[in-house]
Design a protein around this ligand. Structure first.
Ligand code: PAZ
Length: 321
């Protein structure tokens, strides 16, 4: 008889993807965070953000990566916090981060001034930030500190695909205790392909061996056990990225049919900053940034988060009173 699907995925995770050494500790932190905020009547969102690194060698010199900057996740985290959510931010190491993401293109040293006050010692000098170089810095810093002091943001980092898979499972199990108050907002761009550890060369692949041919396996579809087994009461949003807009909605609907979760945010690579479609089993909402929005510096994430927080509230009322 065939093994149940979840056992297969759990087995695969254990066998073929090395778990990060501190996964249990992080799971406890996430469970404590969810428990605390859930008890305070707060909803908790787990945001995944950034791309995954897929090693080609065990002592990794080369790896497969992707385009994702983490801006969607970082910006969305701010709007969830503004909507009263507590946020677990599961993000790729060094990808964009809430409250600093707007400053990512700035050269720090060009934006600071040294004021020596007539003295010669560097220790007694002051470093002054130009508010022109960092627009709205006082307001953003104040909000960041407020969020930090209230303990509303729990950042967790991943680098590799293996880290990501194990940490997402840990997060799903940790958040299952707060039932429908948990939202999963899976905006990370996760590789579909990997080289199992058992088939990976230990040392750097030698170019002297000639052209390289690699066979990669399909990454197990982790959304399936997440929805069915690990956090079955949660409100789950996946993201779908395509480059061919003609297949976007069909793919999003296919994912909803397969995984039976609540919504897919569908977007196309080149237009993702200004246009997405939120697809649910019953509805399809196009969210667009108008010229006026762009002038007012409105971000598409504000519209996505507003759409989904409203749907999450309805979900909680409908399913769990
Ligand atoms: O990280 P970013 O802001 O550069 O891009 C966001 C995104 C395109 C990665 C996200 O919106 C998304 O679609 N994530 C899922 C990608 C996928 O696996 O289909």
């Amino acid at each position: 008889m065939a093994e149940p699907r979840v056992a297969t995925i759990d087995g695969k995770l254990a066998e073929e993807f090395a778990a990060p050494s501190h996964v249990e500790e992080l799971k406890e932190q996430m469970a404590a965070f969810a428990g605390l905020h859930g008890a305070a009547g707060r909803k908790v969102v787990l945001i995944t953000s950034g791309g995954t690194k897929v090693p080609l060698e065990s002592r990794t010199v080369r790896f497969l990566d992707n385009f994702s900057s983490g801006r969607r996740g970082a910006s969305s985290a701010e709007y969830f916090l503004d909507s009263g959510y507590a946020v677990i931010f599961l993000h790729r190491h060094r990808s964009l981060y809430p409250y600093t993401h707007t400053y990512s293109g700035i050269n720090l040293l060009d934006s600071l001034q040294l004021q020596t006050g007539g003295g010669v010692s560097h220790e007694s000098s002051q470093v002054v930030v130009s508010q022109q170089a960092f627009p709205n810095i006082a307001k953003i810093l104040s909000r960041y500190q407020e969020v930090k002091e209230a303990g509303l943001l729990l950042p967790i980092e991943f680098s590799t695909l293996s880290d990501y898979l194990h940490l997402l499972k840990a997060a799903a199990q940790a958040l299952s205790t707060i039932g429908s108050k948990a939202m999963f907002y899976l905006a990370a761009a996760v590789s579909d392909f990997y080289v199992p550890s058992s088939e990976m060369p230990e040392h750097k692949i030698q170019s002297s061996n000639g052209p390289l041919q690699i066979t990669m396996k399909m990454v197990p579809k982790i959304l399936s056990p997440l929805v069915k087994d690990w956090a079955p009461q949660a409100f789950v949003i996946s993201f779908k990225l395509e480059t061919d807009s003609s297949i976007l909605i069909e793919k999003a609907r296919g994912a909803l049919d397969t995984y039976r979760h609540q919504a897919v945010v569908a977007n196309v690579l080149d237009t993702r900053r200004g246009y997405v479609v939120v697809v649910t089993p019953e509805t399809q909402a196009e969210l667009i940034l108008t010229e006026d929005d762009v002038r007012k510096e409105v971000e598409i994430e504000e519209k996505i988060v507003s759409n989904l927080t409203e749907a999450h509230s309805l979900f909680i009322t409908k399913h769990h009173g």
